[in-house]
Design a protein. Structure first.
Length: 212
């Protein structure tokens, strides 16, 4: 009969994490684990063997990706759907970006968040709509509507909108964000840095995906 495990002790130093169990027997059967660590210079994967995990840092992390667009995105036809383009990567750890596609190397539950800077040059409020596509198929129930304010007093209408999805992802899956609007006066707008007051640039789109 296997003795129960009452306690697991983790000890940390700058080079390794040691996992030990009290009593003469320890965990029954094979007991290997894969652990991922982030360091100031990047991240790496490490596997345990006989209860020992070595790394350059004892800080565990999860799979993640953070992406953005530094370009204005427009639509040519109010009756068509357009992929949101993500041309830049802030951080990536087994979640990558290929233009409009976010690709997952590992299975898991992911919190996927987006936000967009919308502009409207029309004198009327205009609706925009955003939805999720997973592996090339529209994801049911994912469409959201945004009312983008009208141009007023010589100033274009602006609004930032965003929300999140929590999805079950398999290794090799990919997702895309698509959008459309009821008028071509609506855009996902990039703005360069400016003065009065001095402020940084405004990206048109941000998408993050983090394993939970």
């Amino acid at each position: 009969m296997t003795s129960p495990i009452n306690e697991i002790t983790y000890s940390f130093d700058t080079n390794q994490v040691t996992i030990s169990t009290p009593g003469p027997q320890g965990p029954p059967g094979p007991y290997a684990a894969s652990v991922q660590y982030a360091t100031n210079s990047g991240s790496a994967n490490y596997s345990s063997s006989a209860g020992l995990v070595t790394s350059a840092s004892g800080v565990p992390t999860r799979w993640y990706g953070s992406f953005y667009s530094a370009s204005t995105q427009t639509i040519a036809d109010s009756a068509s759907a357009y992929p949101m383009i993500l041309g830049n990567t802030d951080f990536s750890n087994s979640v990558s970006n290929n233009s409009s596609s976010i690709i997952f190397s590992n299975s898991g539950i992911y919190n996927i968040q987006w936000s967009g800077q919308f502009r409207n040059t029309s004198n009327n409020d205009r609706d925009a709509y955003i939805w999720l596509i997973k592996n090339g198929t529209d994801y049911p129930g994912s469409t959201g509507f945004i009312a983008v304010p009208s141009s007023h007093g010589g100033i274009d209408g602006h609004i930032i909108a965003g929300w999140n999805y929590v999805l079950s992802i398999n290794a090799g899956d990919y997702i895309q964000f698509y959008w459309g609007a009821e008028a071509t006066t609506v855009s996902l707008q990039y703005y360069a840095s400016a003065t009065n007051p001095t402020r940084p640039d405004t990206v048109s789109l941000i998408v993050t995906a983090v394993q939970v």
